[in-house]
Ligand binder design. Sequence first.
Ligand code: PLP
Length: 405
Amino acid sequence: MTMQDETRTRANEARTAAAPAAAPGSVPVTTVAVAEAGPPVMETGGVLTIDLSAIVANWTDLARRVAPAECAAVVKADAYGCGVFEVGTALARVGCKTFFVAHLAEARTLRGAAPDAVIYVLNGIPPAGSAAFADARIRPVIGSMPELVEWDAFCRVNAWTGGAALHVDTGMNRLGLSVEEATTLAGRIDGPGHGITLVMSHLACADTPDHPHNERQIQAFREVRALFRGIDASLANSSGVFLGPSTHCELVRPGIALYGGNPTPGAANPMRPVVRLEGRVVQVRKVGKGDTVGYGAAWTAPRESRIAIVAVGYGDGFLRAAAALGKERPHAVVVGKRCPIVGRISMDLLAVDVTALPEVSPRRGDWATLLGDEIGVDAVAPFGGQISYEVLTSLGRRYHRSWRS
Ligand SMILES: *Cc1c(COP(=O)(O)O)cnc(C)c1O
């Protein structure tokens, strides 16, 4: 356990001991810091606040939409940058029973937060890895015949009945047994001892509802499911949930929607925002008309301007691909007003044109909001040539982090 983990764990324990039990259905009126990590606020340039109550609200909302199907939570990549331990703790507490991660190491961290949960590892078993999965009570998602052969042999020799998912490829061509392989296998699976606890597939185009691929995959999976009668099935990711009941099966696997990303691109975002990123204003300087700001002299002041220098940059994972920004610019909210980010983003700094603010503001030490209610992860992503998933998983390690509920 690293020192950071330890601090986080202790903060969680303190919180568990001190928190009064919330009345069922009650809406919290204030937020409470559940855990803190990273350097102290004064010693860093950015503060990242993760609203666990929003994640819980998003999960509850999705669970209601798909009932009576079960709603799992995908918490790979450190819960999309939001902290797998904290997110796992919060979701397990409100009744989430099944989690998906990408690697066994992620599953181990999650196990500390959700001791009784069912945890699946999407990327499957590396060679000779079966024993490690069984030791940690983690279920692999088996995505190829060689993996299945190895897992089967391990289970037989060790009488292990801890369960595994079978991934069947219905058109993604990434992981999964072919439909033919699954069909052959289904004929050989009988009786309760086979150890397959879930049959799943993954949609390639769920975020484009009209894409013909969706119907093809839904139909193919319908046929696969029928071969594995009595075993739970799962097809939908976040966007898949919104394609309707034909994708819900017994279990859905949302990720991005839990963290506030829009699962219905092109329509209003039905999810609550989760992350707030604020950068410290290091100084405010005046530049004359025609002066340039930053590397490459890429922005020229069209008039005498006031520029706030903010202590967050691509070294924090913030819009790191935005070497040169075009005419359309991302914004920051400074003292309640949207102001454009100007010039190239540096490693540790960015510049915001605050000319529109009153002369006295912002002040050195004020905070500029770079992500939050007013600036969604989906809105920011295109400026860095990114998608919302990348904005979240790129969130830097230098920030002070605060989880609230
Ligand atoms: C990442 C992943 C998910 C979650 O996808 P979102 O689009 O984030 O909801 C679900 N299933 C599989 C197999 C995945 O790899």
